[in-house]
Design a protein around this ligand. Structure first.
Ligand SMILES: [Zn+2]
Length: 309
């Protein structure tokens, strides 16, 4: 009886938290230096684009780092920056949900687009992953937008963008692309070796929402479930979902639950108390302070491995 009451409370909390809104933006104004301007929608992708482009063009990131990309909406000034860009680099697969109107406006204005997910092997939700919740974003076959959690998928993005920059903007970044490819290969080898220290039965992931699919696929982790059983943080979970998730955590003996931006903290705490799993904060949608893509991915892998040991 006590258990059921806890889930009811968790459900009420989820509902009250769902009304959260994102605010403020800080996209900088394009510099007048005669160079082309490339606007990237979010910071993690922006970090790689900046490294690829070097000083050959101005690179602006639209969403302030740390905002939830599933929910962030651009201001009038951000929309102006987008519509005046020479190229917009976006993730696609619905990640930039709050930017859709602004991106369509930029497309109408004739801005060239590069969509990262058009150039990768797209991961789809498989059987037995997570909680069957009726959410279309969690249905089997739904396309996963979280492509940045796998370095080798980002290599596909870098290679394709290098070609687009040449074809569409006349920029030759092939030397930088070759260097980045090497660094991404090295990063992948480093993480593979680190993950080796975890026995197979401990490679089990429960996250705030279904955000680590590409990472799990690359490094042989099992996706047990998520607090918000969806590919976006912009969704809700029910008390019965929580009860199902707790049972799955116990059945798979999951040592830790990873919370993210947009995860209702009190619901995560309740799950931790009910199941005995540790609750660990994980940065999945933002760069570490002062860090680049490589620092992001290393932190991600390190926190996961340490948490599950
Ligand atoms: Zn996400």
């Amino acid at each position: 009886m006590k258990k059921w009451t806890n889930w009811m409370l968790a459900g009420i909390l989820l509902l009250s938290l769902a009304a959260q809104t994102a605010c403020s933006s800080a996209a900088s104004t394009p510099v007048e230096n005669g160079k082309k301007t490339i606007v990237v929608t979010y910071s993690i992708l922006g970090s790689l684009v900046q490294e690829l482009v070097g000083d050959q063009a101005n690179v602006i990131v639209s969403m302030p780092n740390g905002q939830d990309p599933h929910e962030w909406e651009p201001s009038a000034k951000d929309i102006e920056t987008l519509t005046h860009a020479d190229m917009i680099v976006q993730n696609g697969l619905g990640l930039e949900g709050g930017m859709e109107k602004a991106l369509a406006q930029a497309e109408t204005a004739g801005v060239k687009f590069f969509t990262a997910s058009d150039h990768i092997t797209i991961r789809t939700v498989g059987t037995g992953e997570g909680i069957p919740s009726g959410d279309p974003d969690q249905a089997i076959g739904a396309q996963d937008p979280h492509l940045w959690t796998d370095p080798l998928t980002m290599k596909q993005v870098v290679d394709a963008l290098s070609v687009s920059l040449k074809d569409d903007l006349g920029l030759d970044v092939s030397a930088n692309a070759a260097q980045l490819d090497q660094k991404l290969d090295d990063l992948n080898n480093e993480i593979s070796a680190e993950v080796e220290s975890l026995p197979a039965e401990r490679r089990v992931l429960v996250t705030g929402h279904e955000s680590l699919g590409y990472f799990a696929q690359r490094y042989n982790f099992k996706l047990v479930g998520a607090i918000i059983p969806s590919l976006t943080s912009d969704a809700e979970a029910s008390a019965s979902d929580m009860s199902t998730l707790a049972a799955q955590i116990e059945a798979s003996q999951v040592p830790a639950v990873f919370t993210e931006l947009g995860t209702p903290a009190n619901v995560a705490q309740t799950i931790g108390q009910e199941t005995g799993a540790k609750v660990i904060e994980l940065t999945t949608h933002a760069l570490p302070e002062g860090g680049d893509y490589f620092a992001f991915e290393r932190d991600l892998a390190q926190t996961i491995v340490d948490g599950l040991k």
